[in-house]
Write a protein that binds this ligand. Structure first.
Ligand SMILES: Nc1ncnc2c1ncn2[C@@H]1O[C@H](COP(=O)(O)OP(=O)(O)O)[C@@H](O)[C@H]1O
Ligand SMILES: O=c1ccn([C@@H]2O[C@H](COP(=O)(O)O)[C@@H](O)[C@H]2O)c(=O)[nH]1
Length: 205
């Protein structure tokens, strides 16, 4: 059985990971795998950490799309993949990998997932999580300070300098490619029920 790929895009802090986990919880880990685009940030070992901190992590050129494409191709053909583990504290790959095995449903989530034609074409269902920017920045501050080793000042500066302008220029326009737009994200129970019913019908075909 060829896997069905489900893409979840949306701005930072919109709730993409949360939506992916709700789908996985409902269907079970034996039927689903989750891949985060965050694992495909390019590595810059030639730069110092201070130089890496200044990079634009919200521009389409910062992702290793060739590797992501190869991995999706591999899963499509039943081949397990080794996903690089990324450290937000170090702004670099850790050198470790997570083994992901082919499953009937492969969920991929990321801010710019629908930007690249060659990646977009994999997805049978494209979901865009649409959450207001004020809510997203509040969530991002909380998460980046608690979980990603950032200071309040650094989150605010990064948001104003790169995250916000890149969102407007590159992320928001990819909403046009979505099949379903979920306002407010994973706590939108009706939207989640509709999405889960559709995925279950695909699984039962
Ligand atoms: N609908 C929601 N209501 C309240 N908090 C949420 C909701 N969705 C996500 N969150 C919280 O917001 C933060 C960012 O959510 P996450 O799913 O990681 O977003 P993304 O993957 O889009 O960056 C997390 O701490 C998560 O628990
Ligand atoms: O080293 C890094 C790499 C990425 N970021 C930020 O991460 C978000 C995307 O992750 P979400 O989980 O979708 O929020 C992106 O906006 C980058 O700015 C980073 O801060 N540092």
């Amino acid at each position: 059985m060829k896997p069905t790929f489900i893409g979840i895009a949306g701005g930072t802090g919109s709730g993409k990971t949360t939506v992916a986990k709700i789908i996985q919880k409902s269907l079970g880990k034996d039927k689903t795998a989750i891949i985060s685009m965050d694992s495909y940030y390019k590595d810059f070992p030639e730069l110092t950490i201070e130089e890496r901190k200044k990079l634009n992590y919200d521009h389409p050129s910062i992702f290793d799309i060739e590797l992501l494409k190869k991995h999706l191709e591999d899963l499509k053909h039943g081949i397990p993949i080794k996903v690089p583990i990324y450290s937000f504290e170090k702004y670099a790959r850790t050198g470790e990998f997570e083994d992901i095995y082919p499953k009937p449903i492969i969920i991929v989530e990321g801010i710019l997932l629908f930007y690249y034609d060659e990646i977009r074409d994999f997805f049978s269902i494209k979901i865009f999580v649409d959450t207001d920017p004020d809510v997203r920045i509040i969530r991002r501050i909380e998460r980046d300070v608690l979980e990603r080793g950032r200071t309040l000042k650094s989150v605010i500066n990064q948001y104003l300098e790169t995250v916000r302008p890149m969102h407007i220029q590159f992320v928001e326009p990819t909403k046009q490619f979505a099949d379903i737009i979920i306002p407010r994200g994973g706590k939108n129970e009706i939207a989640m029920d509709i999405i889960l019913a559709k995925i279950k019908s695909i699984l039962n075909q």
